[in-house]
Design a protein around this ligand. Structure first.
Ligand code: 6MZ
Length: 383
């Protein structure tokens, strides 16, 4: 599938981690304002060297992780720790949020559910709440495109138009709906998880539409997070879970029994778990590049996307961490279209796949309705 066409079609992104989507150029700017570089690996190498010199990390312990493109899942989490070291202050969080939204809009994402872990950082006077406020500041500061981001805010000009473009001062401007999911990191305690859910509930009028459980899958116990997740569910806040990123049948079963609204990845499912998932019809957030790069799935031809697609199981194509894995939503579509070898999926199939994703968003019916209109209009212009 031509990349250009994948860029041009309207798309929906439901699984993108804020700090994982950071631009290379921004990470570099934060580190070394006057430096030039030519690969992401090199960038991470410089990041680690800086932190090593400051004594924040022991450079020799992470050096081997940095010099290659394929990193195991465990190694990727070491990178996240490095990134967080330099990005967790209010100003930087605001900047990354703005840029990530602009990047998705430039790629013609028309609806973006951005997820991030609210962080406390005492040395920067940061609480989970002030972290989230910095994210909201970033959303508000986007000016290159029209952003619809909450029930109460910014619904003036944008609410009157239901197209991919809005008319503003006679000029057509792109429009993107942005909603937030607050992530619970698997390293967190039950109390910290509950704090995140409370915050999400408080901020529902400011674009927060759900909760995610993520982080290093070999750390933490499902039972630690269960009370907070049950509470979210009881309050009507949708939950999505990173599920089966590593083989852990007990946890996979417990997660499916919880009946989340969606799950992410589902890489290490066995026969019995596939059967259960398909029976429950829980939508799966598919992250092809991420799974292949982290070697969770060995190659595209054995990825479960093809089977789920053929079984007509609900699924969404997502980037996961566009910055860390050097990908984009359009690139994920191009890759997905080639998952059946020489019988690649055509434009009509890819468009319909994107259109179906509207059903799985966590935003309200108004947004779903407007997206449906938007896709219907784009469908009439297809071919
Ligand atoms: C599980 C992941 C992830 O929240 O700081 N994260 N969790 N599996 C993955 N697959 C590769 N990719 C990212 O964004 C970065 C955080 O998102 C989670 C991790 O907790 C990571 O620290 P935020 O914006």
């Amino acid at each position: 599938m031509e990349m250009e066409w994948c860029v041009s079609m309207p798309k929906i992104e439901l699984h993108a981690h804020l700090n994982g989507s950071i631009r290379d150029s921004t990470l570099l700017y934060i580190l070394l304002p006057s430096f030039t570089y030519n690969s992401t690996s090199f960038l991470f190498y410089e990041l680690a060297r800086e932190l090593g010199e400051k004594g924040t990390i022991v450079f020799s312990e992470v050096e081997h992780v940095l010099s290659k493109n394929e990193r195991s899942l465990v190694e990727v989490f070491k990178l996240f720790d490095l990134i967080h070291n330099v990005t967790t202050d209010h100003k930087t969080v605001t900047r990354i949020t703005k840029e990530v939204i602009e990047d998705f809009a430039a790629d013609n994402a028309v609806y973006l559910e951005l997820r991030t872990t609210p962080k406390r950082n005492d040395s920067k006077g940061m609480s989970k709440r002030s972290y989230l406020e910095a994210v909201l500041e970033g959303i508000k500061s986007v000016d290159s495109v029209e952003v619809d981001f909450s029930r109460n805010i910014n619904v003036d000009a944008s609410s009157h138009s239901h197209g991919v473009y809005d008319i503003c001062n006679g000029y057509e401007r792109k429009k993107i709906y942005v909603r937030l999911l607050l992530s619970i990191d698997r390293r967190e305690t039950a109390e910290a998880a509950m704090e995140t859910v409370e915050l999400a509930l408080e901020m529902r009028d400011f674009g927060v539409v759900g909760i995610d459980l993520s982080g290093n899958p070999v750390i933490g116990q499902w039972l630690t997070f269960l009370p907070a997740l049950e509470y979210a569910k009881k309050q009507g806040l949708p939950v999505t879970l990173h599920c089966g990123e590593v083989p852990n049948p007990d946890e996979i079963h417990a997660m499916l029994d919880f009946l989340p609204m969606r799950i992410g990845h589902a890489c290490c499912f066995e026969e019995e778990e596939w059967k259960l998932l398909k029976k429950l019809k829980i939508p799966v957030e598919i992250c092809l590049t991420s799974n292949i790069r982290t070697e969770t799935i060995s190659s595209l031809d054995v990825h479960h996307f093809a089977d789920l697609y053929k079984s007509n199981h609900p699924l969404v194509l997502c980037t996961d961490d566009a910055g860390v894995f050097s990908t984009s939503l359009s690139a994920e579509y191009a890759l997905a279209s080639s998952a059946f070898g020489k019988y690649s999926l055509g434009k009509r199939e890819m468009f319909e796949l994107a259109q179906k994703m509207i059903e799985f968003i966590f935003a309200c019916d108004r947004v779903k309705g407007e997206l449906k209109e938007m896709f219907a209009k784009a469908a009439s212009e297809l071919d």
